[in-house]
Design a protein around this ligand. Sequence first.
Ligand SMILES: [Zn+2]
Length: 467
Amino acid sequence: MTSFIREVALASFALVLWVGVSQAASTLRLDYVHSGNALVENYALDRLVIEPQPWPGNPARPIDATNRGANLFEVVDPADGTVLYSRGFSTVFAEWRTTEEAQKLSRAFQESLRLPLPEKPVRVRVLSRDERNAFSVVWSIDVDPSAPDIERKTGPAPAQPIAIRHNGPSERKVDLLILGDGYTAAEAGKFTADAKRLSDRLFATTPFRERADDFNVWALMVATPQSGISRPSTGAYRWSALGTRYDIFGRERYALTLDNRAFRDIAQFAPYEFVEILFNNETYGGGGIFGQFSTAAAGSEWAEYLFIHEFGHHFAALADEYYTSPVAYQSGTARPEPWEPNVTALHDPSRLKWLGKVKQGTPLPTPWPKAEFEKYQRAYQKERSQLRAANKPESEMNALFRRERDFTDKLLANKEFSDRIGAFEGANYQASGYYRSQMQCIMFSRTDHFCDVCADAIEAIIDLYSR
Ligand SMILES: [Zn+2]
C-alpha cells in the first residue's frame, strides 16, 4: 500500500513536470553497459534507479536543440512518438573506440542516462552520429515507471554535500557538483578550499563570470585511506571512492574514472547536472566527457587552467583546439565538418558556422605565425615527454609549461589578426584541415580565457538549464 501511494505521488509530481510547472519530480537513472570494439557496439540494460534527490532540471527546457555530443538520448511517448525530453552527451566508450586497443579486443563501459521520472511508460532512445554527423537511433528501451524492479531505496549517504554557491532552486539554476577524490578525512578542509578556489576562478572567466548567478555549486567528497589517486605508469596505486586515475588509454596526463557505478552512487546524494572531479595530486592531468564529468589535478600548478579547460569539454562539448600534444586517438584522413561548435573543416568559407562573428575583410583561412609556433612546439613536446619518461620532479615540468606559455603568449600577441575572429588552421588534434576561430583560447593553449565562439557555445548550455 505504501509503495502504491508513493507511486501515485511520484506520478503526479512527474505530470506537473512534463506540463512545465515548477515542482520537483523524482530523478530516474538508467544504468546500462556499453560494449564492443572498433567495429561493433552493444547496449544492455543494467538497472533502473530512483535517485534520492529530486530532479534538478529546468522544466521550461525539456528539449535539447544545441546539437552537441557524439550521442543524443530522447524520452518518447510510445503512443504518438512525441519527444518529451532529450539531451546530447558523449561517452568514454566512443573515445576508447578510436584507440588502437579497440582494434584488438572488446571492452565494456558502464554509462548512465538521467531523466525526470515519467508519469507513464516511455521509450528511451539512444541516437548516434553517422559519418556525416547525422543522428540515428542505435538503442531503444521501454521504461515503465511502475515496474517493481526499479530500485527505489538507496543506502545512507556516504557524505553530505556542502553548498559553495547557492543562488536559487535547482530547476532554474545550473547545478554544478564538485566531487573530491584522493582526499583523506584529514584533508577534507583542503578539498573544500580547493573546490572554492577553483570554482571562484571559473566564475571569474567569461562567460561564467557574467552568468554566475545562474549556478549553484555543491561540494562532496568521500574520504580515502591514502592521499592521492592511482598513477599506474609510476607504480603508484591507490584505492579511491570514485576510482579516478591517471594513464587512461595509455596517456600519462589523461585522468578519468571508468567506474561509473561508484561515481553515480556518490553523486546522487547532491543536486547535479554537471560534475567536476577534483583529485588530490600535484601531477598535471585531467579529462572531460560531455554530459558525464570532467576531472582536474587540484594540486597542480595548472589546476585553474585544467579545471576550466576540462570543464569546457564536459559542459559545452567544446573540441580541443590544440593540435601539437600527443593524444590516444587515431584520426582518419577524411575531414567531415565536425559537430563541435568551436572547430571547422572550412569546406566552404561562405558557410562558416561562426561567419556572423567575422569582421568584413578578414581573410579565410586567417594568417597566423603557424610555422614558428610549430617549430617551437616540436622542441617543447620532445622535452615534455623526456621529462615524464625520466619521472622528473613536477617542478621541472611546471617550469617547462611556464616557458611554453610565455613563448606562445608573446608569439601570438600584437599580430595583425591577434584579436580577430577568423579561421586559423590547426585544431582538433590536426595541424591541417581543421580550423579554430581565434588565435588564442583556453581550448588551444594555457591562456586564461575562452575565445568568443566557445563563450557563445557555453552560454547556450547555461540557458538550457536556467532560462
Ligand atoms: Zn575556443
